[in-house]
Design a protein around this ligand. Structure first.
Ligand code: FES
Ligand SMILES: [Fe+2]
Length: 463
């Protein structure tokens, strides 16, 4: 809310607002068919408090290191980060390191990043290109496909044979450019883990998705604290007040589909029920000025035609723009899928915005073996035209603890929104460790995805 606008509308007492059926009301006015899966999916997880130790204790982190990360499918990188044979990417999780390599056969494989001689990490740096995998210590060498090629002084290793020296692989499977790895050889296929996501995302053309922007930020809090800041919209009024005029924050719908997948759908192009008397012109102006999906240049000088409402006007504008950008017919797309914030979470740590264009993807992982720090990877995915190759991934814009999102390019108004989120996250660890009772409380409905995440985590941890 900008100062000069506050005279147009009134902020209501914070206790009053919230309409979880708002999305359904909006969907009932869609001119095109609405997918069945947008109906609410109730989930009851109870009202128990959550123990602070789950975020703040070393023991809990070590339990996750033993029982979660070695067993779960985890998003390691995007395929366009290893576009050509020989390209590699190092994915580190807690104290383990995985080397992802595209082979001469163009298949992407994941190897334990550990030399079979004396154990040096085969690649120490995050990404690069090699013609073979050669250990920098003594020179043991493998092909890009992990077949043993050569060693120094072979006469001295007669006790080893090439078969035993094949580089061990982890499970590595992909979905629409998302490369996942799993240390568990017996894990069910990635597609099982993804549940409803491939079906729900089928209309959005993610098979032609490419990374437009990639920012990685080190944050001084546990990885679950970081991601839970994106699991509900209720913090908008206090943390991001400038977007209330066009985001129905506390009118979001929260759904759970199975152990691994939940969804938050926050209508946009309508004012929050925290506000009274917001004009359609204000909704339009503020939405266009702050949208993460359009740049300021795209929307300069746009006026609301008489008799139009902002949500439909923006929706149709987005439909036209995204059709042109992607070359796809979007006439069957709902306004909701064109512009609302529909955010799916995939256990344990990935969140993907649904929709036809510019899908934001968040991933939170522990920062090495430090349970009080995490790394947020934030990507924006666009589309490339059919029949053309996927453009290479842009360089990662890395932000350390003290760095603000203002240093990044490509995030537009979202940089400010992320800075606002970081102002909370930097104080979470101190606050949690200062809790007298060692527990925190959750809203029954609006924070159910947080509770759901903990319940799935318990299944991995055996709690
Ligand atoms: S540790 Fe790799 S070649 Fe010796
Ligand atoms: Fe936020």
């Amino acid at each position: 809310m900008s100062e000069e606008k506050t005279t147009n509308y009134r902020l209501l007492p914070q206790e009053l607002a919230g309409n979880p059926l708002k999305l359904q009301e909006l969907l009932s006015g869609e001119a095109v068919k609405v997918a069945e899966h947008f109906k609410p999916r109730q989930w009851e997880g109870g009202d128990e408090p959550v123990a602070v130790a789950r975020y703040a204790s070393r023991e809990f982190h070590e339990l996750e290191a033993r029982k979660l990360w070695p067993k779960v499918w985890q998003f390691a990188c995007r395929a366009e980060q290893v576009p050509e044979p020989g390209d590699y990417f190092v994915y580190d999780i807690v104290d383990k390191s995985v080397l992802i390599v595209r082979g001469a056969d163009r298949a992407v494989r994941a190897f334990y990043n550990s030399c079979l001689h004396r154990g040096r990490a085969l690649k120490g740096n995050a990404a690069g290109t090699s013609t073979e995998l050669r250990c920098p210590f003594h020179g043991f060498t493998w092909s890009l496909e992990g077949d043993f090629k050569s060693m120094p002084c072979a006469w001295d290793f007669k006790h080893l044979n090439a078969e035993d020296l094949k580089l061990p692989e982890l499970r590595c499977e992909s979905w629409n450019g998302f490369v996942f790895v799993n240390f568990d050889d017996d894990a069910a296929p990635l597609l099982d883990h993804l549940g409803v996501i491939p079906e729900h995302f089928a209309p959005y053309g993610l098979e032609h998705s490419c990374t437009l922007v990639h920012v990685q930020k080190r944050i001084p809090c546990n990885w679950k604290i970081g991601q839970e800041a994106f699991y509900e919209s209720m913090h908008t009024r206090t943390t991001h007040p400038q977007i209330l005029t066009f985001i129905a924050d506390v009118d979001s719908q929260y759904d759970v589909f199975d152990d691994n997948v939940s969804r938050m759908a926050t209508p946009s192009g309508v004012a929050s029920t925290h506000l009274e008397g917001v004009s359609e012109e204000t909704v339009l102006h503020d939405n266009l000025a702050n949208s993460g999906r359009m740049s300021a240049a795209d929307v300069a000088g746009i006026q609301l035609p008489p008799g139009s409402d902002a949500r439909h006007f923006i929706g149709e504008m987005v439909r036209k723009r995204f059709s042109q950008a992607s070359g796809r017919d979007l006439s069957a797309a709902t306004i909701a899928e064109l512009q609302d914030a529909i955010l799916y979470s995939l256990f344990p740590n990935v969140q993907i915005w649904a929709g036809y264009f510019v899908n934001i993807v968040y991933r939170f992982i522990p920062d090495g073996d430090n349970h009080d720090r995490c790394l947020l990877d934030m990507r924006m995915l666009g589309r490339y035209p059919e029949g053309e190759p996927c453009p290479p991934a842009p360089p990662v814009q890395f932000l350390d603890l003290e760095d603000s999102f203002d240093k990044t390019t490509g995030l537009g108004p979202l940089a400010n929104v992320f800075n606002q989120d970081m102002r909370n996250l930097q104080h979470m660890t101190k606050g949690l460790k200062s809790s007298r009772d060692g527990q925190v409380q959750l809203a029954h409905y609006q924070e159910l995805r947080i509770r759901h995440h903990h319940q799935t985590l318990d299944k991995y941890l055996g709690l």
